[in-house]
Design a protein around this ligand. Sequence first.
Ligand SMILES: NC(=O)c1ccc[n+]([C@@H]2O[C@H](COP(=O)([O-])OP(=O)(O)OC[C@H]3O[C@@H](n4cnc5c(N)ncnc54)[C@H](OP(=O)(O)O)[C@@H]3O)[C@@H](O)[C@H]2O)c1
Length: 182
Amino acid sequence: MPLRLDLIAAVSENQGIGINGRLPWRLKKEMAYFTRLTTETKDPSKKNVVIMGRRTWDVMPKKYRPLSNRINVVLTSKDLILGDEALVCKSFPEALEKLSKIPLTDKIERIWVIGGSSVYKAAMELPNFHRLYLTLVRKYFECDTYFPPISNEFHLVKDPEVPEGIQEENGLQYEFKVYEKA
Ligand SMILES: NC(=O)c1ccc[n+]([C@@H]2O[C@H](COP(=O)([O-])OP(=O)(O)OC[C@H]3O[C@@H](n4cnc5c(N)ncnc54)[C@H](OP(=O)(O)O)[C@@H]3O)[C@@H](O)[C@H]2O)c1
């Protein structure tokens, strides 16, 4: 069975995800949640994949990239060479095809789509798309990058790995929610 894709994003009340190539907020615990979910595997011999757009890769501080203990995939139309740091692919089908190649596929537990905007949109349209892990930040933020519209095929589910209730940090409230494609 092909691996399913999950998406993880932090989204403001006005659906914003970024401004000037960075996150609109600074939430350390929220970032730790992102790291935990995208890194942890049930099988210690396996790793997770993180798929991102070229801009998200570019704007990530160099000290954080490639994202550690995860297989990094960058989507771009350009002929980028990132060596051992990341697998560069021109589309989702190309990325999934490369990741499905033995022996790589045996080493993968989950595939996480980590943004930005058009990458999230393309992922949600894939037949093997599974879940949205959204952090809903309860504030309006000035943004220049937005989360794409979510179709009504998605419904709220519970995940034991995801804390429930309102979280609070730096005077900001946010909530972790998980939606699954019907
Ligand atoms: N809040 C969050 O959870 C979150 C998460 C991630 C990012 N962000 C923020 O979002 C912003 C960056 O996101 P963005 O939407 O501007 O850019 P992005 O999606 O990271 O990158 C866009 C680029 O990715 C490539 N690309 C996108 N879809 C593709 C596809 N299906 N196939 C092949 N290539 C594809 C193209 O690269 P080429 O132009 O090279 O062809 C495109 O120009 C930053 O502000 C960042 O901080 C926020």
